[in-house]
Design a binder for this molecule. Structure first.
Ligand SMILES: [Zn+2]
Length: 263
């Protein structure tokens, strides 16, 4: 008797793999936001309320096979890239009421988790000059009295050209707002620092540029992600407020040739 191709087997995930799959969710079911590991009031034990769900089904039912027509299964169906922690309710709904649009949505969520993990890994490898601490502190004390800000001394169309590719209108607005509101004051502050130590500031600029390029390599068509990851790296490296880091990142977008003007 000949055997047909063997079905892939469900595997048991190790404790460390569970840790990764739990941590990437931030502790909530990615679909309904219910906590997936919690302590009931008065209880000593922790309740585990998640299951490891295959995104591309492990053993597609005939209906799922029909829905999946034309889709290529991942090379490693049990790999961590194809599984995600879901609460039992969402897991059952996803499997029993399989919709290709839902699979695509979960795939997107998972891709976001993988990108975040990669960004954290990268952020740990790239150091940043000490000077940035003081710059972020200065930004944090800057008021928002827009009326007192000197007239814009740069051409806003340059920044618009830099941003128009692969960036959402909302993200463009944020950068333009920060650049126009804070550009002059940050520039003047950095000029003062340069008088003391020009090389340190140059190193800082090149570090930010390098990190930007690395993020661009990881997210070639998503400048929103590139911008956010650069700001998160600066904030994470310094322990300073993310909003100050976003203001500073906007400054560098305008000031340096960090973002390409592009065609
Ligand atoms: Zn859920």
């Amino acid at each position: 008797m000949t055997t047909t191709a063997t079905k892939p087997k469900r595997i048991d995930y190790t404790d460390n793999q569970h840790s990764i799959l739990y941590a990437e969710t931030g502790g909530c079911c990615p679909l309904c936001r219910a906590p997936i590991l919690f302590r009931k009031p008065g209880a000593k034990k922790i309740t585990k309320s998640y299951e490891i769900a295959h995104i591309f089904p492990l053993h597609p039912t005939p209906a799922q096979k029909a829905a999946l027509a034309g889709r290529t299964p991942p090379t490693d169906i049990n790999g961590l890239e194809n599984v995600i922690a879901l609460c039992p309710t969402c897991h059952t709904r996803f499997d029993k009421n399989f919709q290709i649009t839902e699979m695509d949505r979960i795939r997107k969520v998972k891709d976001g988790f993988l990108a975040n993990a990669k960004a954290k890994e990268t952020a740990a490898q790239y150091v940043i000059q000490q000077e940035v601490f003081g710059i972020l502190d200065t930004i944090a004390t800057m008021g928002s009295a827009i009326a007192t800000i000197p007239p814009v001394q740069f051409d806003i169309s340059t920044i618009e050209k830099k941003l128009r590719n692969d960036m959402s209108p909302l993200q463009q607005s944020e950068i333009k707002l920060y650049a126009t509101s804070y550009y002059i004051r940050i520039r003047d502050h950095i000029r003062l620092l340069e008088q003391n130590d020009q090389l340190s500031i140059r190193i800082l600029q090149s570090q930010i540029k390098t990190y930007y390029l690395e993020m661009q390599r990881q997210h070639p068509n998503n400048k929103d992600a590139v911008f956010s990851y650069v700001a998160e790296w600066i904030s994470g490296r310094t322990g300073k407020a993310l909003i100050a880091a976003r203001v500073l990142t906007s400054f560098f977008v305008q000031n340096c040739e960090v973002f390409d003007v592009g065609a």
